[in-house]
Ligand binder design. Structure first.
Ligand code: UGA
Length: 436
């Protein structure tokens, strides 16, 4: 028997994963999106993006899932309504909550019986309060509760992360209301935090900002390592053994990318400045370090090759991390834009993201069909995304194709043994924060 009736508004990454996982937990789920084509595809059983394990789980639970372009239908057929619409960056860095408030307007006109409205979208602190003001009448009639329930999924690990959460955060203005939503997650053994809406909204931003801070921190230490003859992989391991610090998110490289860490950092900085008139010095520095990181790699290439004008350079990896074709805020974009400005001829290969990258970069660079092609007549290769398969390429063959055998490992994916082998072959190897 189905447990609860759940509605999902917004079938993007977070929405669809949430919907499919709730169906897997035995709930009846109705999902909405304004994109008609997407809904037609979903009705035909076609998942619109790749995420490990999603298509299989979708098929397994298709009898518990339905799709619609009508918000009214979602409201009629569910008790718990999750809002999972996007909150993209505006030009000034602020989170754009237009889609969320459009949905709230519709909810205001359609709700006639008791519903829990649950905000899963990442939204600035104070958004739930504004939503409550807009829905005031319905709240006073005891027809609506407004809950904040942020998500902490990582792309590429989303199904695992949903099913094995470190914590569930539920923000509401009373313990009773929060408990009502907590029951949806009762199968999980993790802590369930019942907090205020503001606490929940801030926990989401602070978590992503903290992860970004760890990455910029280790990148700064890596830059120091290069100047003092230390090795960042040893330093990072040594730091992380302190259980108060931990080893995660201490991998130095070209910096963080993706749809969330940068967007949420910029949104928090803009929020501090514009809404609460507070200067977020540390958060600004986290962003600055990240913006500069690709430039430092280019500087390294210039130190070895001199003027880059007219020189051909191969790029291995384009997506913001392995396991996805997502190019949003990918460090590859910054790196490529700067190298193109230097007059470099670029050729790139990515196992999954070539097509998406081509749409973004058009004919600014050449795209290779297979990884070896990026080495033909190249003066250097730069690894931008740490796809495992790059470790197992035939580097003898690669060297024979290159004008200069220079390998810049922008993700420190090669361990010491592999680096020694490369060096024996005659490669010049450069990592980030390594003096090998
Ligand atoms: C991030 C958070 O990790 C999730 O908890 C959060 O739910 C999600 O944003 C979101 O708000 O939706 P995601 O963007 O999928 O998840 O990516 P991550 O796996 O966190 O990686 C982000 C970037 O940091 C990547 O470019 C990665 O290469 C880089 N990174 C990560 C490093 O440079 N070093 C590290 O040690 C770890």
């Amino acid at each position: 028997m189905d447990k609860y009736k759940i509605g999902i508004i917004g079938c993007g990454y977070v929405g669809l994963i949430t919907g499919v996982c709730f169906a897997e937990l035995g709930n009846k789920v109705i999902c909405h999106d304004i994109d008609k084509e997407k809904i037609v595809k979903l009705k035909q059983g076609i998942v619109p993006f790749f995420e490990l394990g999603l298509a299989k789980m979708f098929t397994k639970n298709k009898n518990r899932l339905s799709f619609t372009i009508s918000v009214e239908e979602v409201i009629e057929n569910s008790d718990y309504i999750f809002i999972c619409v996007g909150s993209p960056s505006r030009n000034n860095g602020e989170a754009d909550t237009t889609s969320l408030f459009r949905v709230i307007d519709q909810i205001n006109s359609y709700v006639k019986t008791y519903k829990m409205i649950i905000i899963k979208s990442t939204v600035p602190v104070g958004t739930a309060k504004k939503v409550k003001e807009l829905l005031k009448e319905k709240i006073e009639q005891d027809l609506i509760e407004v809950i904040s329930n942020p998500e902490f999924l990582r792309e590429g690990n989303a199904i695992y992360d949903f099913m094995n959460p470190d914590r569930i955060v539920i923000g509401a203005d009373s313990f009773k209301k929060a408990k009502n939503v907590a029951r949806l997650y009762q199968t999980f053994s993790c802590p369930i935090l019942l907090v205020s809406n503001e606490d929940a909204e801030l926990i989401k931003y602070a978590s992503n900002n903290f992860l970004a801070m760890k990455i910029s921190f280790i990148n700064e230490i890596a830059n120091i390592c290069e100047r003092v003859g230390a090795d960042i992989s040893k330093v990072s391991y040594g730091i992380g053994l302190d259980h108060r610090i931990g080893n995660n998110y201490l991998q130095a490289g070209l910096g963080f990318g993706g749809p969330c860490l940068t967007k949420d950092l910029k949104a928090m900085i803009a929020f501090c400045k514009r809404v609460i008139t507070y200067e977020p010095h540390l958060l600004k520095a986290v962003l600055k370090v990240n913006e500069l990181q690709p430039e430092l790699v280019i500087k390294k290439v210039k130190e070895v090759l001199g003027n880059l004008e007219g020189k051909r350079i191969g790029i291995l990896g384009l997506s913001f991390k392995p396991g996805t074709d997502d190019m949003r805020n990918a460090p590859a974009l910054k790196l490529i834009t700067s190298l193109v400005k230097e007059g470099t001829e670029l050729i790139a290969y990515d196992p999954k993201a070539n097509k998406v990258a081509k749409e973004l970069l058009k004919d600014q660079i050449e795209f290779a069909k297979e990884p070896y092609q990026v080495s033909y007549q190249s003066y250097a290769l730069i690894i931008v995304t740490e796809w495992k398969e790059f470790l197992d390429l035939d580097y003898e063959k690669i060297k024979s194709y290159m004008i200069k055998p220079i390998l810049v490992d922008g993700r420190n994916m090669f361990d010491n043994d592999r680096i020694q082998k490369l060096k024996k072959m005659g490669f010049q190897y450069f990592g980030v924060g390594r003096n090998l």
